[in-house]
Design a protein around this ligand. Structure first.
Ligand SMILES: Nc1ncnc2c1ncn2[C@@H]1O[C@H](COP(=O)(O)OP(=O)(O)OP(=O)(O)O)[C@@H](O)[C@H]1O
Ligand SMILES: [Mg+2]
Length: 261
């Protein structure tokens, strides 16, 4: 490689079994800084398992994950978050009774670093910090088109808005890398277009992302690099145009479709 700085993410030979069955089987991939790396593959390919290994929710059986050259193995999720990796969830994980603003604020609490004593005494320093955090959260809501819904309970929002609240919460802490697990699943084409525009906007801001998606139009239109998993194995990787023509990839998708059709 001509570039001497390490890739933002370097996964080597990652293996994870569930009850003897491999969900990930010696998977290697890289994700570059400032780019959108798509992770695609049929249902059960291991995409979410890989995201869960990257965030420390799951410990791989074997293999290595380097983030900016640093080995993540053994680090608990909160430390990985602190290093600057944020995520959204395939199945929404919002607090339905909390306001949209408070949901987004939860994406900032790790950075807030206030002690329990400060919180109890509500010191001026803490109040100042709270104001700053609210402002940051409101800015994120503005970017994601949600500022007029800041005070509504998140549970009352339409599904498309909830997906954007998840994204706002992931990006509010200004992460180095954001992992998006199926951000347009269940959305109509107009809502999908909004998310596509937001992903492009975040990329323009220099954000690095790993995008897990089944929507091929979205993947092809926003990704710089595509990695394909099937049955826990990496079967292809490369630029979107190359991957979409790869016979192994076509076979993985068509084979699966003929089973479910
Ligand atoms: N916690 C778990 N316990 C047991 N098996 C699991 C667990 N999580 C995932 N698996 C299995 O691992 C395999 C990969 O699952 P994973 O959720 O990573 O797939 P995916 O590529 O994200 O699929 P989808 O597109 O449906 O979200 C599947 O066979 C799944 O049943
Ligand atoms: Mg998944």
């Amino acid at each position: 490689m001509a570039n001497s700085t390490p890739p933002l993410i370097q996964v080597s030979n990652l293996t994870k079994h569930f009850g003897g069955l491999p969900a990930l089987d010696r998977v290697s991939l890289t994700a570059a800084r400032g780019q959108v790396t798509a992770l695609i593959g049929p249902n059960g390919a291991g995409k979410t398992t890989l995201i869960n290994c990257l965030t420390g929710v799951l410990s791989p059986d074997r293999g290595e994950i380097l983030f900016d050259g640093r080995d993540l193995s053994g680090l608990p999720p909160h430390e990985i978050t602190r290093l600057g990796i944020a995520r959204t969830f395939q199945n929404l994980r919002l607090f339905p009774r909390l306001s949209v603003l408070d949901n987004v604020l939860t994406g900032l609490t790790i950075q807030a670093g206030s002690s329990m004593l400060e919180a109890l005494l509500r010191t001026p320093g803490l109040r100042h910090r709270e104001r700053r955090l609210r402002l940051t959260a409101l800015e994120a809501l503005d970017t994601f088109g949600l500022v007029d819904k800041a005070d509504l309970p998140a549970g009352t929002l339409p599904y498309g808005d909830k997906k954007r609240v998840e994204m706002a919460r992931a990006f509010v802490s200004n992460p180095v890398l954001t992992l998006l697990d199926e951000p347009v699943a269940g959305l109509n084409s107009e809502e999908t277009g909004q998310i596509a525009a937001l992903i492009r906007q975040m990329r323009l801001y220099g954000k690095s992302m790993i995008l897990v998606e089944h929507d091929m139009d979205l993947v092809m239109s926003v990704s710089d690099h595509v990695v394909v998993l099937d049955g826990g194995k990496r079967i292809a990787a490369g630029p979107p145009e190359e991957v979409r023509r790869n016979p192994l990839v076509l076979e993985a998708y068509l084979g699966r479709m003929s089973v479910t059709a």
